[in-house]
Design a protein around this ligand. Sequence first.
Ligand SMILES: Cc1ncc(C[n+]2csc(CCOP(=O)(O)OP(=O)(O)O)c2C)c(N)n1
Length: 636
Amino acid sequence: MKEKDIQTATWLDRIDSPEDIRRLDTEQLNRLAEEIRERIIRTVARTGGHLASSLGTVELTLAIHYVFNTPQDKLVWDVGHQAYAHKIITGRRDRFATLRQQGGLSGFPRREESPYDVFNVGHSGTSISAAAGIAEAQCLNRQPGKVIAVIGDGSMTSGIALEAFNWAGDRKKNLIILLNDNEMSISPNVGAMSAYLNRVMTGQAVTKLRAEIKGFLKTIPGIGVQMVKFTRQLEESLKAFIVPGALFEDLGFTYVGPLQGHRLDRLIRTLQNVREMEGPILVHVLTTKGKGYAFAETEPLKFHGISTFDAETGHSMAVADPTPTYTEVFGRTLVRLAGEDSRIVAITAAMCEGTGLTGFARAYPHRFFDVGIAEQHAVTFAAGLATEGLIPVVAIYSTFLQRAYDQIIHDVCLQNLPVVFALDRGGLVGDDGATHQGMFDLSYLRSIPNLIVMAPRDENELQRMLQTAVSCGRPAAVRYPRGKAIGVPLEMPCRPLDIGRGEIVAEGGDLAIIAVGMMVQPALAAAARLQKEGVSARVIDARYVKPLDEALLCTAAADTGKVLVVEENVLMGGFGSAVLELFARDGIGPVRVQRLGIADEFVEHATQAQQRRRYGLDEDGIVAASRRLMNAVSPP
Ligand SMILES: Cc1ncc(C[n+]2csc(CCOP(=O)(O)OP(=O)(O)O)c2C)c(N)n1
């Protein structure tokens, strides 16, 4: 940097790596923290992203990089949505403006991006397992260094985190867990662990009170000393309530805290001590979600994950559009159906708002269950409810349901229980990127016996499918996309569908475009364009990935001899595979089949439209594939 630049530079301009931070004093660090906050707010206002969580960890991030020798010391983030400050100070400051955009920085830590990103994340609860693995490997490799996991109180409730915690407490390897406790998951945190952490926080006050009572009792002549003895006896049994972190101590960790997470001086001093300690350590850090940005502090839920907004007012920049999202239509339909059938209950794994269940929770609080970030538990819990005659609807993002695969098979489908899976964010999800794509579900669900798998082409079909699912008496999954619906009217009364029946939505005889879910609309638009070129395409909305409408699909193949199958799912094992398997089994032919879907690769962050374009999953792509199919040499 030139002399003149140095004079006008902010502190942030001088930070190219954590090395630069280690040269600052506390006051300079505090100013740097403010500049980082400002940078995060301004950037996320333009790109969208996870704001509140990242604002809450600015001081913690600086303290970690100040005290520990990163990247030799390994820092593992949980979920990774709170790691924006980490990105900014680890050499990515100038690229931060590209956050979550095609070709830009990922919204989550990525090993491919930086040596400071030790482990790729996006799903909750993995940090302790990963850090424990790294700690074991360091031992085996006789490699020095500290391993630090940063996990939120919400993620700490997930099964994998508790499994890892159980393991690490016993293995006694050097492992530092920084529990970032802001009392929030996306919504306020739930469960006994959260209640315990709350007691630990207030336990400090109890300890003080206990000392005061003891002092007071001693002053009472005669009975005072006896009382103090009695208090001591009580103390052991009360330990769990009044000694901060006793639960963690009992499980093999040294507990440190609770610590004020926005006081850099104290954080640094404590972490310097912790760095010298051996064995598994849990440092309990109290932070405020949205810290330093009043709008986010007041409404941490709104600013957890937000699209573009005006940084001055906090108002969303999204263009007002009355068309509901699929999520909203799902939520409203479920409230309506629950009014008609008291057996319907709803379950979320810490995603009440995201999955559109807020209205349900308000209307039927006793029939609504937020189980925390615990997808496996959510599914088996639903199975338990179903054995007692209830109709549970488990609303989960497609990507997170991956966690509960065995529970779907072993606990729901094997017993043929009427659990409904409402799979939100099916298909390509956009800027959250590779960890959040819902592109595997058709493949991972269609191989499971007893399970019905459907995908709606519009919101009216969504309500019909949901009605079909809650009334079919078997396990059923309805898979729908992220974002706005089509804007079609919702028919009332809403009629359920025949199971396993697709529909011809455009007549034609030159080729058949068989689409499922959100691919039906671009298929229709493509057919209209092809018509102008003199090609008449029959468009079929398959509706069901399982069971297939075999007669409809085989007739289309026989009539046209040319079939294009379109799905927003990985090509392997998905809907197109099901169609090919059907044609092979029944010896349908001669027929030429082409498939459009997602290639055998992970899909990086970009807009949904960009992602769809990449795989030809839009009108242009379907037109181009249809032309190729028409021009291909006819089968013998
Ligand atoms: C397996 C899984 N389920 C759900 C989510 C969605 N999700 C992202 S962040 C989050 C809350 C995390 O809370 P916490 O760990 O306390 O972090 P905070 O945002 O409060 O800092 C949830 C539920 C996820 N990422 N992974």
